[in-house]
Design a protein around this ligand. Structure first.
Ligand SMILES: *Cc1c(COP(=O)(O)O)cnc(C)c1O
Length: 393
């Protein structure tokens, strides 16, 4: 079984590029060039250098001794929360802006829901002195005011999407419309392992630095370069893809994916795609997504904005269907409790997305000698007001 993308842009039954004809030239330009450009020595040198001196990589692989003692197993945290801007998303935006420059683009567009990807995009555009336009649903602009302010401080223009539900999918539609109208000078930076081929593979490759580092860091600390389990939360699936990447074909490593069950899988308010999703097409790729019996995409829900997505990337749909990965969904309440537990056991305040992953420790047994690596995808600063309201802090 192959868990990477094939030459047609598919992961098993999933992936591909289901796009309007008007978008074809843009996506084809990317598809025909991304491997050649990202394989060049000058690209690798600039990418690796920026990850080091700007993002702050390598991020530590931290042995969580108190947590390990409590759960009677060996727990490591890959500290993506220590990246510049507070999460893994910047690994991808750095990679894509370097690619965009080499394709001769001088204008960047992006879509954002919670604003995290918008901030990571605005950051690298400021770094490179490139024009940046971020599409965001009108409702999200109101809900995520601090991130809107960050994007504006960084010099980005935030354009409000006023159609439909005024959220992420409407922002995505606006961004696609923009790209169709500006095919020559504009690159569209997608924020997760979603969208038409080559985006899922391209983003996974940029994020794969996470498992590349994990391998040598584990070798240093444990004398072997692989753990028994890799565990990450899945919204679109980019931080998970980064942690899994170099272990995808290593059967000694069990892969665990954590989704948001929101108010419960059967509540009608969740983002538990693997449990509820059916095959369909979203954002240009064939994958699993939550939809009604007549194929309308269901509005997802999670207390964490980053997991509030009705699909998963095609790599994850394939990992689920082929049973290579275990999928578990965690409700809001358990995730919030883990926000506190991790804070008070290890002194690390996680993003609410990240907190979902740790809740697996309460629902699944791990052995005393087993090594587990959690992706600590982001820090909790952005979620402080949610934590304050929830715990009456
Ligand atoms: C955006 C985000 C996620 C979810 O996105 P993926 O593409 O699934 O990684 C998870 N954690 C944090 C901290 C995020 O900002």
């Amino acid at each position: 079984m192959n868990y990477n993308v094939n030459e047609k842009g598919y992961y098993g039954d999933f992936g591909g590029a289901f796009i309007p004809e008007m978008l074809y030239p843009n996506v084809a330009e990317l598809r025909d060039n991304y491997l050649e450009i990202t394989g060049r020595a000058d690209f690798k040198k600039e990418f690796e250098n920026l990850l080091k001196v700007y993002v702050g990589r390598p991020t530590p692989l931290y042995f969580a001794s108190r947590l390990s003692e409590k759960y009677k197993t060996k727990i490591y945290l890959k500290r993506e929360d220590l990246c510049h801007t507070g999460a893994h998303k910047v690994n991808n935006t750095i990679g894509q802006i370097l690619l965009a420059k080499r394709l001769g683009k001088n204008r960047i567009i992006a879509e954002t829901g919670a604003g995290q990807h918008g901030v990571a995009t605005a950051t690298v555009c400021a770094l490179m002195g490139i024009e940046c336009i971020v599409y965001m649903g009108e409702l999200d602009i109101h809900r995520q005011a601090p991130n809107v302010a960050r994007m504006k401080m960084l010099g980005a223009e935030v354009r409000s999407a006023k159609s439909g539900s005024k959220t992420l999918k409407d922002a995505t539609n606006e961004a696609i419309r923009d790209w169709i109208n500006n095919p020559i000078d504009t690159h569209y930076i997608i924020g997760s392992v979603v969208g038409p081929h080559p985006y899922p593979d391209m983003v996974a490759r940029f994020q794969s630095v996470i498992s590349e580092e994990t391998k040598w860091q584990l070798e240093e600390q444990e004398g072997r370069d692989y753990p028994n389990h890799v565990i990450a939360c899945v919204g679109g699936g980019s931080n998970a893809a980064g942690l899994y990447y170099h272990y995808l074909n290593d059967e000694r490593v069990n892969i665990i994916a954590i989704e948001a069950a929101g108010k419960g899988i059967d509540s009608g308010q969740s983002a538990a795609t693997s449990a509820l999703g059916k095959e369909g097409i979203i954002h240009g790729s064939k994958t699993l997504l939550m939809q009604s019996s007549d194929g309308q995409i269901t509005e997802p829900y999670s207390i964490s904005a980053g997991l509030d997505y009705p699909g998963v990337g095609p790599m994850h749909a394939h990992l689920f269907r082929s049973k290579r990965a275990e999928f578990i969904s965690i409700p809001d309440q358990e995730a919030m409790d883990w926000g506190l537990t991790l804070s008070q056991t290890e002194g690390i305040i996680p993003a609410i997305e990240t907190a979902h992953a740790f809740a697996v420790l309460d629902v699944r047994k791990f052995g005393l000698e087993e090594i587990i690596v959690f992706n600590c995808s982001g820090r909790g600063d952005k979620d402080l007001s949610t934590y304050i309201d929830y715990f009456k802090l």
